[in-house]
Write a protein that binds this ligand. Structure first.
Ligand code: UDP
Length: 333
C-alpha cells in the first residue's frame, strides 16, 4: 500500500553544547546528579523556578494543543513508500530517554525551547523513515524527589510524586513542540490525569506507534523510589522496543575521568556486567538490571551534538553501546 502525504518543512537546528562532563568509571559520578539542579534545597530559601523562556513562539504551545484528540491524525511519513519496502535500519522501534536536565540546555531556565525543537526535528526525520519512536522524559530540571525529601516534613514518597508531576510538565512541552512541526504525538501518564493526557495503556501505546505517532511516557513508572531511567527500561520491555537510547549531556562512557585524565578513551561498547561491576553511573542499578534481564541494549550518547539523536535512532555508531555489539543487534551478556 503506498502512503503519500505532504512534506514537512524540516531544517536542522544547531544546539549549544551545555556540558563537557563525561561518564567514566566508578569514581564516576553522574553529572546530572551533581549539577546546580541537584543542589539540596533543604533549609534554603530557593524557590522552584517553573518559568519557561518566552522566546518560543511555536504554534503548538497553546493549551488546546495538549488535547491530542483534536489534532488531526496524520502520518509522519513524508515519503511515498511501500509498506513492504521500508528501508531497513538497525532498530524499528526505539525508546528514547531524555533527561530533564538535557531539556534545560544551558540551565538558564527549566526548559530551553531550542532543545525541545531540536529533539522534535530529529525525531521527525526518523519517523518519516518509518522508525517508531517512544520517549520517556525525566523531570530533574524541575524537581528531584530525593533532593527535597525531608524538607518541611515532605516525605520521600510525596517528594517523588512531585518529581513525577515534573516529568508531565516536560512531556506536555515536548508534545506541543512536536505537534507544532506536524508530528502526531500522544502523552501517556503512569497515573491518571485524564484532562491532561491519556493514561498509560500498553496496547494503546503500541497502536499509536504502529500508526506512526510518537508516544511520550510521562510520570515515570508511577511509583515513588524509582527513576525515569527505570521507567525507560520498563516501557521499552513492555512495548517491545529494541533499544533504550539514553540522551545525555556527555559523549558516552569513558574508561576514566577525562577531566583528570585527558587520555581517557571513550568506550565503544560495554557489557552489562562491566557497567555494574565497575559501578559506572550510566543508569541506576534497577534500570540496567532490567535491561540486562530483558536483553535490551542501551546506547548512551550526547544530545547536544546536532544529528546525534537521528544517528542513534537509525542505529548508526554514536556514543557507547551497552549489552550488544555495533555489528549485531543481538545482546551479549
Ligand atoms: N520519579 C519517581 N518515580 C519514577 C520516576 C521518577 O518517583 O518512576 C521522581 C523522582 O523523584 C525523580 C523525579 O521523578 O527524582 C524526576 O525523575 P528523574 O530524576 O529520573 O529525572 P531525570 O534525571 O531523567 O531528569
Amino acid at each position: 500500500m503506498a502512503i503519500s502525504i505532504p512534506l514537512f518543512s524540516l531544517s536542522s537546528l544547531s544546539l549549544s553544547s551545555s556540558s563537557s562532563s563525561s561518564l567514566y568509571p566508578s569514581k564516576l559520578h553522574s553529572p546530572s546528579r551533581t549539577s546546580t539542579l541537584g543542589t539540596s534545597y533543604c533549609n534554603s530559601t530557593s524557590h522552584i523556578n517553573l518559568s519557561i523562556r518566552s522566546s518560543y513562539s511555536g504554534n503548538g504551545s497553546s493549551p488546546d494543543a495538549f488535547n491530542s484528540s483534536e489534532i488531526p491524525s496524520m502520518s509522519p511519513f513524508s515519503l511515498s513508500m511501500n509498506e513492504s519496502n521500508k528501508p531497513s535500519f538497525k532498530w524499528r522501534r526505539v525508546l528514547l530517554k531524555v533527561s530533564g536536565e538535557a531539556l534545560a540546555g544551558d540551565q538558564a531556565q527549566n526548559i530551553d525551547p531550542k532543545i525541545t525543537m531540536a529533539i522534535a526535528r530529529e525525531v521527525a526525520a526518523v519517523t518519516r523513515l518509518g522508525i517508531e519512536v517512544a520517549l520517556v522524559v525525566g523531570g530533574g530540571n524541575i524537581f528531584r524527589g530525593a533532593t527535597w525529601a525531608g524538607c518541611s516534613g515532605l516525605e520521600r514518597s510525596s517528594a517523588d510524586y512531585i518529581g513525577m508531576l515534573a516529568t508531565v510538565m516536560n512531556a506536555i512541552f515536548l508534545q506541543a513542540t512536536m505537534e507544532s512541526i506536524g508530528i502526531p504525538t500522544r502523552v501517556q501518564t503512569a497515573f491518571r490525569m485524564s484532562e491532561v493526557a491519556e493514561p498509560y495503556i500498553r496496547r494503546r501505546a503500541v497502536r499509536h506507534l504502529e500508526k506512526g505517532r510518537v508516544v511520550i511516557f510521562a510520570a515515570g513508572t508511577g511509583n515513588p523510589f524509582f527513576t525515569t531511567d527505570t521507567a525507560a527500561a520498563l516501557r521499552c520491555a513492555e512495548i517491545n522496543a529494541e533499544v533504550v537510547l539514553k540522551a545525555t549531556n556527555v559523549d558516552g562512557v569513558y574508561e576514566d575521568d577525562p577531566k583528570r585524565n585527558p587520555q581517557a578513551r571513550l568506550l565503544d561498547t560495554l557489557t552489562y556486567q562491566e557497567v555494574t561491576s565497575k559501578d559506572l553511573s550510566v543508569m541506576d542499578m534497577t534500570a540496567i538490571t532490567l535491561c540486562q534481564e530483558n536483553n535490551i541494549p542501551v546506547v548512551v550518547f550526547n544530545l547536544n551534538k546536532p544529528g546525534n539523536i537521528e544517528k542513534a535512532i537509525k542505529g548508526e555508531r554514536v556514543g557507547t553501546l551497552i549489552g550488544a555489539t555495533w555489528n549485531s543487534t543481538v545482546s551479549t551478556a
